[in-house]
Each structure stands twice: as structure tokens, then as C-alpha cells.
Ligand binder design. Structure first.
Ligand code: FMN
Length: 322
């Protein structure tokens, strides 16, 4: 059985955290992951504070296992959302895309753990200094918003500066091979988004899930085009990894022009989302889409991830050493 430090820290069975995907990681998915022995994170930046309170309660109706809430901490309205998560005493909150320092003490004061997802070594150093409980090293392979460091070299680089704080790997992990690999790098677990996007319980349109299943490893792109078109609240050193479509073919790399035509393009993206227009609406997904071939229940995804990783770790190292 796989067992790492985050299993003890978060009181979970398997070292797997489901990512707080905005609009996708809703109560149903979080409850399913946590009930299956992982740690589910609600995408806390989706709705307002009352929506979040409702989501937390919905998870509790479905499972008594621990779970948390993750934020886009560079977005407006963060304080009120954090307040709800702390009032509700979720097991952990996660901060991404901003310095977690202002939020650590208040969380710890009420027994809530703090996870920080970072995209740079400098971000990891700041998170360690802030006293977070877990640092998530997010590689550029990740779906959604991410930086430019690859998971393979970035995870050990973060471990080297984490000062003993457990590090979890994110970005490109969709099966037991990826899970086993990041454990071998020294990570204490995997933080997984895209694989759970293609789950029965994830929120979001059916057509978008189908696109994730159909897409291959060559079909994603890390772009600023959607963020600039939508005035999205992310730091400049972060882009959005999406499935390639007509919009990215037309606008990726043309940042100045996108900014100049921002209002027109924002309207176009909003209309595309309303009309399920895959040519222009973004589908945020990671490089690992090529490893995903079906929409499955989250519990089954969990089970397969763990079984496959255990089998690899049991058998492959012995075959490699003479
Ligand atoms: C659809 C989608 C939405 C996401 N939204 C968020 C978010 O709101 N906050 C956050 O911290 N990370 C978000 N992420 C990034 C994840 O936390 C995570 O780093 C990523 O999914 C890991 O890579 P993977 O998709 O290859 O598993 C999102 C990812 C996806 C695919």
C-alpha cells in the first residue's frame, strides 16, 4: 500500500489530491475523491461566499472524509471566500498564483492546514518561509493556469528549497506511471486535475469532457490569449493551458493585438461559451490529455491510479537493478 507523509498530514488513505479546478471541482467530485481515500479540493473561486458554503455542506452530506477548498488567490474577493472556508473548518485550504503569507496564521489558528501551489522556485521559497504545510510544485504540463517549469526538473528543485515541508507534484500526472514517477522524484503525492476533469462527477459541459477524452498529447497549448481577451486576474508569468482550437490558432502569440481588441474578443469568448462553440470557447486541460481515453467515476480513477503505481513500484525497480 502506498503511504507518504501527506497521508498522515491530511488523514487520507492514498497520496492523491484532486485539484481545485474552477467550475469543475464541485462538491460531487470532491466528495467522490475524498470518499475514495484521496483529498478533494473544491474549486473555491467559482461562485461567491454563499455558493462556497453550500458546496462545503454538500460535500459533508456525501462523505465524512477530509477535504478542502482551493483558491485562485490573485483574484478579487479572496478574503470573503477564505473566511467561509475557515468558518466551516475544512481540513485544508490551498493558495495558488499569489503569496500565501497573509493567510497562513489565521488558518493555523483554527486548525486548518495550508497548501500552496507554486510555479517557480522563488515561489516555493516564499511558501516555505510563510510556513505552509504542503507545497505543490506545479509543472508547465498542468491543465489550466500554470507557469513554464517542467514537472520533471521542477519537483526536485522545489524539494531542495522546501526545508523539509512535504512537496506534492502537479502537472501531467494522469495514471499510475506518473504517480510512481513523481514519488520517485521525492514528491509525497500527486495533485491531479485533468484526469479528474474526465470523470463522471466533474462539473462542466459534456462536450468539453468529450474533447478531453478525444485530445492527444500534441493538442494543448500554453497561451496568454484567453487571459488577455478576458482580462483574467493572473500574474504575468502564468499562462493558461487549453486544448488548441480556432481561437488559439488565430490569437496565440498576438498579445498586443488581443489587448487592442479585448472587448470584442471577450464578447466572442463569452458567446462561444454560451453556445458550446468548441472552436472559440476555452477547454482548460493538461498535457496529459493523451493518456485519458474515457470518462469514468472518480472512485475508479483513484483505484486505478493507486493500483498501477503500486504495481510499478513493486516490480520495476527490482528489474532495473543488477
Ligand atoms: C479545468 C481546470 C481548472 C483549474 N482551475 C484551477 C483553480 O481554480 N485553482 C488552482 O489552483 N488551480 C487550478 N487548475 C490547475 C490545477 O490546480 C493543477 O495544477 C493541474 O490541473 C495539474 O495538472 P493536470 O491537469 O495535468 O493534472 C485548474 C486546472 C484545470 C484543468
Amino acid at each position: 500500500m502506498l503511504h507518504t507523509r501527506i497521508c498522515d498530514l491530511l488523514a487520507i488513505e492514498h497520496p492523491i489530491i484532486s485539484a481545485p479546478m474552477t467550475g469543475r471541482a464541485t462538491a460531487e467530485l470532491v466528495a467522490a475523491v475524498s470518499a475514495a481515500g484521496g483529498f478533494g479540493l473544491i474549486g473555491g473561486s467559482t461562485g461567491g461566499p454563499e455558493w462556497l458554503r453550500e458546496q462545503i455542506r454538500m460535500v459533508r452530506e456525501r462523505t465524512d472524509r477530509p477535504f478542502g477548498v482551493g483558491f485562485i488567490s490573485s483574484a478579487p474577493g479572496l478574503q470573503a471566500l477564505v473566511q467561509v472556508a475557515l468558518e466551516e473548518r475544512v481540513a485544508a485550504i490551498s493558495h495558488s498564483f499569489a503569496d500565501p503569507t497573509p493567510y497562513v496564521q489565521a488558518a493555523h489558528a483554527v486548525g486548518v492546514k495550508v497548501l500552496a501551489q507554486v510555479q517557480t522556485v522563488a515561489g516555493a521559497v516564499a511558501a516555505a518561509r510563510a510556513g505552509v504545510d504542503v507545497i505543490t510544485a506545479q509543472g508547465t504540463e498542468a491543465g489550466g493556469h500554470t507557469g513554464y517549469n517542467g514537472t520533471l526538473p521542477f519537483v526536485p528543485a522545489v524539494i531542495d528549497v522546501a526545508g523539509g515541508i512535504p512537496v506534492v507534484a502537479a502537472g501531467g500526472i494522469a495514471d499510475g506511471r506518473g504517480l510512481a514517477a513523481v514519488l520517485m522524484l521525492g514528491a509525497e503525492g500527486a495533485w491531479i486535475g485533468t484526469r479528474f476533469l474526465a470523470s463522471r462527477e466533474a462539473g462542466g459541459a459534456a462536450w468539453a469532457k468529450t474533447r478531453v477524452v478525444q485530445a492527444g498529447a500534441d493538442d494543448t497549448i500554453l497561451t496568454q490569449a484567453y487571459d488577455l481577451a478576458q482580462n483574467a486576474p493572473f500574474p504575468a508569468d502564468v499562462g493558461g493551458r487549453v486544448l488548441r482550437n480556432a481561437f488559439t490558432a488565430r490569437w496565440h502569440g498576438l498579445d498586443d493585438e488581443v489587448v487592442a481588441r479585448q472587448q470584442e474578443l471577450e464578447a466572442q469568448v463569452l458567446a462561444a461559451e454560451a453556445a458550446d462553440d468548441a472552436r472559440n470557447a476555452p477547454v482548460y486541460a493538461g498535457n496529459d490529455v493523451g493518456l485519458i481515453s474515457s470518462i469514468e467515476p472518480a472512485a475508479k480513477i483513484m483505484h486505478k491510479l493507486v493500483l498501477e503505481a503500486e504495481q510499478i513500484l513493486r516490480e520495476r525497480p527490482a528489474k532495473l537493478l543488477r
